[in-house]
Design a protein around this ligand. Structure first.
Ligand code: TYM
Length: 327
């Protein structure tokens, strides 16, 4: 049994990209491993958040975790800000991180591009993410492709700490799905699908109504060809849609290709919408039940207590090794 940790930011509506790239795999991993799944609210505030919206989105993401099938009896579900060791280890690891390393992070470059004033938290974001993972000595971190670079930095920081202060941290491995690790925008297949895209037609939100999902997918950009063929290099738009289909229908892309041989994009896109609706509708139904049940805070309190136990042990060991006086 391995230890698994991951997190999602409550900085907007979750998309089909978050679901396919990450959340779906959380659910699969919880049956075989000891899992910790967070809502990373401390990361969300690295860009300005309206307080009422942050609160609502935090609760919404927690409810979506459970609606997707994360079972609080099997996995610890908690809010990052409720386990204070995240901020504490985050600071300690920031002191071990080089400015050059942070400057090389593509997420930082993307998020700060063209901005006049950039918050320092956005810059040191990866050290906090490393703390999230190392606090639990996680072996596996299920994430989409865009987090790979942050994982590499986490591995470097763990090794640096171990080298300087003695063997302390497990070096974690990313767990990145083969298909669906990078779901692209519906209007531009060169950009990843993102909740922060100002064009809502570019992404499917997990809580989009079926009619909205159908409309967005019918308008999804394709190419001037006809063949439903998986060829990411030459047919990035159609290949992206095929990836979504394969993940939502639990089929391989080869099976999707075979099913639509000789058929045009129209039939494929129509079916795709139904496949996505069928995957999301039961989740949306459970989501509404969970929000109404009022059980969310109890689940999050239990998760925080479980996480704090392990996090407390790690931080104590870290501080001892670094030479802090423990009273
Ligand atoms: P975030 O909140 O941007 O995204 C959450 C997860 O969804 C994946 N993802 C995608 N996968 C495929 N296609 C897409 N278009 C797509 N968009 C997002 C992300 O790769 C991620 O796995 N830094 C992290 C949050 C974090 C974290 C952690 C993750 C903080 N601490 C510790 C793992 C472990 C982030 O911003 O994810």
């Amino acid at each position: 049994m391995k230890r698994v940790l991951s997190g999602i930011q409550p900085s907007g509506q979750l998309t089909l990209g978050n679901y396919i790239g990450a959340l779906r795999n959380f659910v699969k991993l919880q049956n075989e491993h000891q899992c910790y799944f967070m809502i990373v609210d401390l990361h969300a505030v690295t860009v300005p958040q309206e307080p009422a919206a942050l609160k609502e989105q935090t609760e919404s993401v927690a409810a979506l975790y459970m609606a997707c099938g994360i079972d609080p009896a099997k996995a610890s579900v908690f809010l990052q800000s409720t386990v204070k060791e995240h901020a504490e280890l985050g600071w300690l690891l920031t002191t071990l991180t080089y400015i050059g390393e942070l400057e090389r992070m593509t997420q930082f470059k993307d998020k700060s591009a063209g901005k006049e004033s950039v918050g320092a938290g956005l810059f040191t974001y990866p050290s906090l993410m490393a703390a999230d993972i190392l606090l639990y000595n996680a072996d596996l971190v299920p994430v989409g492709e865009d987090q790979k670079q942050h994982l590499e930095l986490t591995r470097d920081l763990a090794a640096r700490f171990n080298h300087r202060y003695g063997d302390t941290f497990t070096i974690p491995e990313p767990f990145i799905p083969e298909v669906g690790a990078r779901i692209m925008s519906l209007d531009d297949a060169s950009k990843k699908m993102s909740k922060s895209n100002p064009n809502p037609g570019s992404f499917i939100a997990m809580l989009d109504e079926p009619s909205v999902i159908r409309k967005k997918l019918s308008r999804a950009v394709t190419d001037s060809g006809r063949e439903v063929k998986f060829d990411p290099k030459n047919k990035p738009e159609v290949s992206n849609l095929m990836g979504i289909y394969s993940q939502c229908a639990d089929m391989t892309v080869a099976e999707v290709e075979a099913r639509y041989e000789g058929q045009g994009y129209g039939a494929f896109k129509k079916d795709l919408a139904e496949v996505v609706v069928a995957a999301l509708e039961p989740i949306q139904q459970r989501y509404r039940e969970i929000r109404e049940s009022g059980e969310l805070y109890d689940v999050l309190r239990k998760g925080a207590a479980e996480a704090s136990e392990l996090a407390g042990e790690t931080i104590k060991q870290v501080k001892e090794r670094m030479g802090f006086v423990l009273l």
